[in-house]
Design a protein around this ligand. Structure first.
Ligand code: AMP
Length: 285
């Protein structure tokens, strides 16, 4: 297969040379950060960015600092050729593919740590994860200096952490959040779905089923957050191939667990199907 014609750069120096030319010409720049192994979820972000900016930069970087020592960094799916073809077909103008050595050269020692928002949920289960995420996104933002950056609601806490960091560090960047793209049976698209065998793939709909059960109860008037969490737990417990890690019904803004749902809330969960850890969420209100 021939290489995609789409230009790629590795170093910050080369990236800045291209982006500076666009900015001198008065063109608006948007960016879409990804870890590659692209699916329709990523492509929805790219499509929206493409429709709203003169130039779109996508980054592909499997960021080692957001993976824990027992997580799937080495096994994380990678398919650069396919990714570049897809991005090219959607009209992306430049792909930034830095290496770990470029992002974290020997002697690297600066980290971005968002505090309260990064502690519960994913932060509690994956110590250091959001320190890695906030640091790499700050570096991606500094490299491209886009007017807008596009993220998925699929990673709800990530969005909250990045919004907070953007505000706190005065990045002049608008964070745009796109809805979760799902398979026809409700499973949220994820690069990690590729790990699932056929039976596991069936079982993986349990996240959507559990979230739907809680949302139906909410829509029928249930406001007791513990009852909503219990419904999600029961749905997951009934799926033999699934093992719950956490379920949550939290305040949308603070991510603190609720007793009563009074305003906007986030239902979220992490579930193991075999060795594959899946997350999903719904927003209420
Ligand atoms: P990742 O490559 O997993 O780091 O994801 C890159 C971006 O795509 C992040 O902003 C994710 O939230 C977003 N994303 C991942 N899966 C989906 C999905 N199913 N729907 C919408 N956005 C997604």
């Amino acid at each position: 297969m021939a290489d995609a014609s789409l230009p790629t750069v590795r170093t910050v120096h080369d990236l800045r040379a291209v982006v500076a030319g666009w900015k001198r010409a008065g063109q608006t720049v948007a960016m879409v950060p990804t870890m590659g192994a692209l699916h329709e979820g990523h492509l929805s972000l790219v499509t929206l960015a493409r429709s709203r900016a003169d130039r779109v930069v996508a980054s592909i970087f499997v960021n080692p600092t957001q993976f824990g020592p027992n997580e799937d960094l080495a096994a994380y799916p990678r398919d650069m050729e396919r990714d570049l073809r897809l991005l090219d077909s959607l009209g992306v103008n430049l792909v930034w593919t830095p290496t770990p050595e470029i992002m974290y050269p020997g002697g690297y020692q600066t980290w971005v740590q968002v505090e309260a928002l990064a502690k519960p949920l994913e932060g509690a289960q994956r110590p250091g994860h959001f320190r890695g995420v906030a640091t790499v996104v700050a570096k991606l933002f500094n490299g491209v200096q886009p007017a807008k950056a596009y993220f998925g609601q699929k990673d709800a806490q990530q969005v909250a952490v990045i919004r907070q960091m953007t505000r706190d560090l005065n990045f002049p960047i608008e964070i745009v959040v796109c809805p979760t793209v799902r398979e026809p049976d409700g499973l949220a698209m994820s690069s990690r779905n590729a790990y699932l065998g056929p039976e596991q793939r069936q079982a993986a709909t349990v996240l959507y089923r559990a979230l739907s059960a809680a949302r139906e109860a909410y829509e029928s008037g249930e406001r007791d957050a513990e009852k909503l969490r219990a419904l999600m737990r029961a749905t997951i417990a009934a799926e033999p191939l699934a093992k719950m890690q956490y379920v949550s019904c939290a305040d949308y803004d603070t991510l603190e667990e609720l007793d009563q749902v009074t305003g906007k809330a986030l239902l979220s969960m992490a579930v193991f199907v075999g060795k594959t850890r899946l997350i999903d969420n719904f927003v209420l209100g």
